[in-house]
Design a protein around this ligand. Structure first.
Ligand code: F0G
Length: 433
């Protein structure tokens, strides 16, 4: 018999809870929670065929690049609770010039910026909001560096729930703030950073009975797991050598690792790719922690980076992230503001584009390549987490030589492509061209 439950992630605890319990950490030991499906029997060969066939089905649930793989995430008991905006279905984009810049023979970007609200958060949010509907919740809340709030606002409003968004005042991009407003969220700007606001929101939501949709919510992780399922499906189940992603609160690495382990366990794939997490240098507590051998986790008090999506000093999911890095023989790297800015311009010049946090991937790959960790002929998939239009302000400043790091130092606009002011005069413009 298939059944779904919540389980404490801590190996020494593993306490089990009902799938409908409204809890975000283990009441017994305080550990992180995960969804688990004891007795689940996945049949890879038939499911691969079923999933492929569903791609051509016009039913909304099959058009979703998350729910199409619902056998991997069977936590609902009623499909009418599903809220979908046609999330997932994100492309694999080869980029020869970006590969050459990083020192690789080839690279493929899996671009999560093609999601309905422009980031990978939609993969998780469709599941988190479905669970909120199932539980009969009326309000949902999150703290966010911008993408989670945009996504939650959209999915909650689509479901008829009330979204309440908390953001660090002055430290999210306008594109993301604008989305929260447009999608109808009650938007509270707090004069504190992400880590401080997360503590506040966790207490508030408990007190007021508001459903919390940060990535500590195990159902968000279930949805984000399917990014790896879709990736393997798109590659006809050929496993790459590396999957590289940026790390902030470390929910996504936790999701990728869980998804890949479950695929391996069920026999969909025969090995695991190595996972590489890239952090911004001044917001890199997980990098520091793994450098110290994965003992004694210490938060970064005042995290800084222009890649505001990953400006997080006290990532909640570090125990899961550590497990997934160790299980996949993975690595953690950190990159500078300059490296992120130049990598971003390279991804843009390849005709692809992404937001700053996403570009940490290519910057990290270049560094790992130079250090000999990644081989030049390696099969590398870099996950671009957010759309290029999320943060146009950053782009304009870079290309016009005005981008300053958080300490106020001007960054080099190595690959600047500034707009050119011309007179309204055909002959003079023709002469310029
Ligand atoms: N890339 C982008 C574009 C993000 O928005 C985030 C996280 C990450 C990477 C890091 O993912 O937290 O799972 O390690 N953004 C969150 C937010 C924190 O509030 O939108 P992670």
């Amino acid at each position: 018999m298939e059944h779904a439950q919540l389980v404490c992630f801590e190996p020494s605890c593993r306490q089990e809870y009902a799938i409908t319990d409204v809890i975000y950490s283990c009441p017994k030991c305080g550990g992180l929670l995960e969804a688990s499906y004891p007795g689940r029997n996945l049949l890879p060969e038939s499911l691969k065929a079923v999933w492929r066939k569903r791609r051509c089905d016009n039913a909304r649930v099959e058009q979703s690049g998350v729910w199409r793989y619902r056998e991997m995430i069977p936590f609902l008991d009623d499909e009418s609770h599903i809220v979908t905006l046609r999330e997932g279905n994100t492309p694999l984009l080869p980029a020869p010039k970006a590969a050459a810049w990083a020192g690789l023979d080839h690279i493929v970007f899996k671009h999560q910026g093609f999601n309905p609200t422009g980031s990978f958060k939609d993969n998780g949010m469709t599941c988190g909001v479905a669970q909120a509907v199932r539980l009969g919740m009326q309000r949902v809340a999150c703290v966010s560096t911008g993408n989670t709030s945009a996504s939650m606002a959209a999915y909650a409003s689509a479901a008829g729930l009330r979204p309440v968004v908390f953001i660090p005042h002055g430290n999210i991009s306008y594109g993301k703030l604008a989305q929260a407003l447009e999608y109808g969220a009650l938007t509270l700007q707090v004069d504190a950073n992400f880590d401080q606001i997360l503590k506040l929101v966790r207490e508030l939501s408990e007190k007021l009975g508001i459903y919390l949709l940060n990535s500590i919510n195990p159902f968000r992780i279930e949805g984000q797991k399917t990014i790896m399922v879709e990736l393997m499906d798109q590659r006809d189940w050929n496993v790459p050598d590396w999957v590289v992603l940026p790390g902030g609160n470390l929910g996504n690495i936790s999701a990728f690792g869980k998804g890949l382990r479950e695929l391996l366990e069920a026999g969909f794939i025969s090995k695991l790719p190595r996972l590489a997490v890239i952090q911004a240098e001044k917001s890199a507590p997980f990098y520091d922690f793994m450098q110290r051998g994965g003992t004694d986790f210490r938060a970064v008090e005042n995290p800084e980076t222009l890649a505001t999506a990953i400006r997080i000093g006290d990532p909640i999911s570090w125990p899961k992230a550590k497990h997934e890095i160790l299980t996949t023989n993975g690595v953690v790297e950190s990159v500078t503001e300059q490296e992120i800015a130049d990598a971003k311009a390279q991804i843009g010049a390849a005709g692809i584009g992404c937001e700053p946090a996403s570009a940490a991937t290519l910057a990290g790959i270049r560094k790992l390549r130079a250090a000999g960790v990644i081989a030049s002929d390696a099969d590398v998939v870099a996950v671009l987490t957010g759309n290029v239009l999320k943060d146009p302000d950053y782009i304009f400043k870079y290309h016009t030589g005005a981008l300053k790091d958080p300490s106020g130092n001007l960054l080099q606009s190595t690959y600047a492509n500034a707009p050119v002011l011309v007179p309204n005069d055909m002959d003079r413009i023709a002469a310029m061209l």
